[in-house]
Design a protein around this ligand. Structure first.
Ligand SMILES: C[S@@+](CC[C@H](N)C(=O)[O-])C[C@H]1O[C@@H](n2cnc3c(N)ncnc32)[C@H](O)[C@@H]1O
Length: 526
């Protein structure tokens, strides 16, 4: 959850008990354990005194839902300034309330922080691409992705005839995955309100094991359209029935090809060695029945699984059915995507994947300050216990690994969080890049894009890098993993740490006047 996004999730300012907004916050109010967490993660507590950050909105680019900044200014009664260079984004006063405006009710604007928008732009979405959004809810980024696909000319809504007809030139799609049904419902509502649902499907699933490939039947439909453009309008999809399109799918020979395993197949690992805690990695597998079992795996085991070069095996343990295929039922999808056969082959991996990982949300000022009213106890339970922090780190690694697995070679993965902690950001990226040994590389991101000052990234933890590289480590009396290498290894380590620090991006309220946000852009090589 991020500040500055939809009103119902992120009010943007702290509310006092009488409902009036508070623009000041005393650091003395932060609980000791959170202060300790900030110190350990080198996060400046002063960011929580910046409670009057501007809000940002994105104007809906759908030609039927446009609004000018001037019109929005009238509705909001506050200044609306377009952000130069970031198409459709506008800056508002931090106190601006979106929900009461007609523009919001009509789906003409989205509340979304600038840094979140930059994460989506980092995907460099091209017309016709298939994008996977792991941890998609409540859906600010998913809607932006759907908007970019929808307005690329490849997925067009054609309401000129007065009806709800959609042309069948849908090629690009976005698939959203989230574990929370409640948050997915919000995501579905957002898609509908902004009329973006035709190219989007949502799944309620664990993002560390989700394995439904990108929709494939769309290729066939597209090929038919290309072969017979004159037929396109005749076979336009009706939102309700989708009858002609369904027939187009059912007529298709490929549609009934066997592909075996069900969509919620789980990645399981054979083996697992006794390594230091930092080198262990947990992934889930679905055991017989519905028991979810956690496995430990070393980096080498995982790498072997992903590249097929190790003796270990990837097991898809979902049920196989004969004749008709079993599929993971989407939480929400338009008919054309709901009927997709969900093929399980390499060819149907995604072009782009965003992993906007679950995190401690400490970069979201509004979110943290809400605990003043909600009670810091729930904050402790949700985020600060050591168990929770350890499992969060496992979760983030698992989400990124699965994002990598679901991306096609040459594709892009964006890893992002709204935490400012090193452990959830640079350490995760360093662990991943070091362990991948050239199979995934960091891609440059524009520093200070759009005139927004970025904050300095942190140097990743040496022992995590050493562990991922398989360099010898020792554990000291306090249980900390230590590493001391040869002079050459030391020099390589320094260079690697510099590289991570240089290539990732951070935004924070003090440096950037946005919510705290971290992102890294990764290219999958093989
Ligand atoms: C930072 S929020 C995502 C914000 C979202 N990308 C957006 O732009 O609106 C993190 C999300 O991760 C989801 N989540 C937590 N654990 C998950 C898991 N194992 N698999 C998938 N989603 C998970 C949470 O339910 C939450 O919605």
């Amino acid at each position: 959850m991020e500040s500055n996004e939809e009103d119902n999730y992120n009010p943007g300012v702290q509310q006092q008990s009488d409902g009036t907004p508070s623009r000041t916050f005393s650091l003395d109010n932060l609980p000791a354990e959170f202060v300790a967490f900030l110190a350990k993660n080198e996060i400046d507590p002063a960011i929580y005194t910046v409670t009057d950050l501007p809000r940002y909105v994105r104007l809906n680019p759908d030609p039927h839902l446009t609004i000018t900044p001037e019109e929005l200014e009238k509705q909001l009664g506050t200044k609306v300034e377009p952000v130069p260079g970031l198409e459709a984004f506008c800056r508002l006063d931090g106190q601006a309330k979106l929900r009461n405006t007609q523009a919001y009710k009509d789906g003409r604007i989205f509340g979304m922080d600038l840094s979140s928008g930059i994460a989506v732009y980092a995907l460099d979405i091209q017309p016709g691409e298939h994008v996977l959004d792991i941890c998609c809810a409540p859906g600010a980024k998913l809607c932006m992705i759907a908007g970019l696909l929808t307005n690329s000319g490849h997925v067009r809504s054609d309401r000129s005839g007065g009806g709800n007809q959609l042309q069948m030139d849908i090629t690009g799609t976005v698939t959203g995955v989230d574990i929370s049904p409640h948050r997915l419902s919000t995501c579905r509502s957002l898609l509908k309100r902004h009329r973006l649902q035709q190219c989007a499907r949502l799944f309620q699933a664990d993002g560390t094991t989700f394995s439904v490939m990108r929709p494939s039947a769309i290729d066939t439909i597209r090929a038919r359209i290309m072969a017979n453009p004159a037929g396109v309008r005749k076979t336009a999809f009706d939102r309700q029935a989708g009858s002609q399109g369904k027939r187009a799918l059912e007529d298709d020979d490929d549609y009934n090809d066997g592909y075996g395993h069900r969509g919620n197949s789980q990645l399981a690992v054979d083996g697992g060695e006794d390594l230091t805690a930092r080198q262990q990695f947990h992934i889930n597998s679905l055991e017989s029945g519905s028991t979810l079992k956690r496995h430990r795996a070393t980096w080498d085991t995982l790498l072997g699984l992903l590249t097929g070069s190790s003796g270990a095996s990837v097991l898809f343990t979902g049920t196989e059915t004969k004749g008709s295929q079993e599929k993971l039922v989407p939480f929400f999808a338009p008919k054309i995507l709901r009927n997709d056969p969900q093929r399980h082959t390499e060819a149907y991996k995604y072009d782009k994947v965003i992993v906007d990982a679950e995190c401690t949300h400490d970069g979201s000022i509004a979110h943290i300050l809400k605990y003043e009213a909600w009670g810091w106890d729930s904050f402790h339970k949700n985020f600060m216990s050591q168990d929770r922090l350890d499992s969060l780190s496992d979760l983030q690694r698992g989400l990124l690994m699965n994002g990598f697995r679901m991306t096609k070679a040459g594709g892009i993965i964006v890893y992002s969080t709204c935490s400012l902690s090193r452990a959830q950001n640079e350490d995760i990226v360093a662990w991943f890049i070091a362990g991948m040994r050239g199979r995934a590389v960091l891609e440059p991101l524009p520093k200070h894009a759009l005139g927004i000052q970025t904050a300095t990234c942190k140097r990743p933890c040496r022992s995590i890098v050493a562990g991922a590289l398989g360099l010898p480590t020792t554990m000291d009396a306090s249980g900390q993993v230590r590493w001391q290498g040869t002079p050459q290894q030391e020099a390589d380590m320094e260079q690697f740490q510099d590289h991570i620090q240089e290539m990732c991006l951070r935004y924070d309220p003090l440096a950037s006047n946005t919510s705290g946000f971290f992102l890294a852009r990764i290219r999958k090589i093989v």
